[in-house]
Every structure is written in structure tokens, then in C-alpha cells.
Write a protein that binds this ligand. Structure first.
Ligand SMILES: CC(C)(COP(=O)(O)OP(=O)(O)OC[C@H]1O[C@@H](n2cnc3c(N)ncnc32)[C@H](O)[C@@H]1OP(=O)(O)O)[C@@H](O)C(=O)NCCC(=O)NCCS
Length: 155
């Protein structure tokens, strides 16, 4: 009898050894805006304890890079699912796990930027309770507009 792959990722806290996989997904998904490895490494030093990765069949297939300040504000600084794993609910599961982590560390608002036109990301954020708060034409530099969304957490 063949074993079926479970169609739900295992979410866990990131470890240093996940940085190569995160970097590889960043490059594919965000191209010139991908975080360089050294930036990921430094962000990891500060925030890695709050990062969530998703594994499918033992392979990292997605991540949410969460940063939390000491004042109740969190940001999702990166979020992606490997293209081969999309459309199976992994993104939603990852976001929910990342939000649970924000709740655990007593964040009260979680911000994220999204490129206007990124319909699947926008759809997911809205579905799990993010609301639009701002739009900046050159948020990430010339011709890189972003909407800013926020999710309020009530404790
Ligand atoms: C955004 C991303 C993480 C979603 O991952 P995923 O595993 O496919 O997410 P899910 O399967 O959980 O959900 C995708 C949702 O988008 C919806 N969707 C897909 N294409 C859509 C479209 N063109 N318009 C509206 N909704 C769309 C799906 O129906 C699904 O919603 P549902 O669960 O209500 O049916 C993935 O597409 C990705 O990595 N994209 C590239 C990186 C990126 O854009 N990251 C976000 C940066 S803000």
C-alpha cells in the first residue's frame, strides 16, 4: 500500500540551518528584492525565535519571517510558499501559525506589506483578518508600490 503525503505542512520555529532554504525561496520569489543571506542571518539573530517555517515531507517549503518589537508591534517581513506546494492551504496554515506566535509573545498589531495585484497574498491576508491601512507608491523604491495591512490581536 502506498503512503499518501499528508496534505498539510508541519509548522515549526525556524533554525539557523533553515536559512539556506529560506534564501533559496526568497531568490525565486522576490528576485532583486530578495533578502541577501547576510541580511537574513542578521535578522535571524534578532528575530529568528519568532520565525515560522513549513515543512512538507521533511523539506522546508515555506516561511513567515516575523519581527516583534518590545512595544506590541510585529511585522511579517517575508512570506512565501514554494511554487510546487501552492494552492493546498499551506500559506494559510503558515500565516495562522505565525499569528499564533505573535499572540504568544503578546503582539497587539501585526503589519505586512503586499504588492498591489498580488491577489493570492491579498486574499489570504484579508481572509485571516488583515485590513488595509496605507499605500505608498515607492515603498520599496521607485516603481515598487506596496499596500500596508494590519491585523489587530485582542488579548
Ligand atoms: C502568497 C502565497 C504565499 C500563498 O501560498 P499558498 O500556499 O498558495 O496559499 P493557500 O493555498 O493557503 O491559499 C491561497 C489562496 O489564494 C487564493 N487565490 C489564488 N489565486 C488567486 C487569485 N488570482 N485571486 C484571488 N485569490 C486567489 C486561493 O483560492 C486560496 O484561497 P482559499 O484558501 O480561500 O481558496 C504564495 O502564492 C507565494 O509564495 N507567492 C509568492 C511570494 C509572495 O507573493 N508572498 C507574499 C508576499 S506579501
Amino acid at each position: 500500500m502506498a503512503f499518501e503525503e499528508p496534505d498539510s505542512p508541519v509548522c515549526r520555529t525556524a533554525s539557523l540551518s533553515d536559512l539556506d532554504a529560506i534564501r533559496a525561496l526568497e531568490v525565486v520569489e522576490f528576485e532583486h528584492l530578495a533578502y541577501p543571506y547576510f541580511v537574513l542571518r542578521q535578522l535571524f539573530e534578532l528575530h529568528g525565535a519568532n520565525w515560522t517555517v513549513a515543512e512538507n515531507a521533511g523539506v522546508v517549503c515555506g516561511y513567515v519571517l516575523t519581527a516583534v518589537d518590545g512595544d506590541g508591534t510585529a511585522w511579517f517581513l517575508g512570506f512565501a510558499v514554494a511554487s510546487a506546494c501552492r494552492g493546498r492551504g499551506f500559506g494559510r496554515v503558515l500565516l495562522e501559525a505565525a499569528l499564533a506566535q505573535c499572540r504568544k509573545v503578546h503582539a497587539e498589531q501585526v503589519y505586512v506589506t503586499v504588492k498591489p495585484g498580488n491577489r493570492s497574498a491579498y486574499h489570504l491576508y484579508k481572509e485571516i483578518g488583515f485590513a488595509w491601512v496605507d499605500h505608498e507608491v515607492d515603498y520599496f523604491g521607485t516603481d515598487e508600490p506596496r499596500d500596508v495591512l494590519v491585523h489587530r490581536i485582542y488579548h
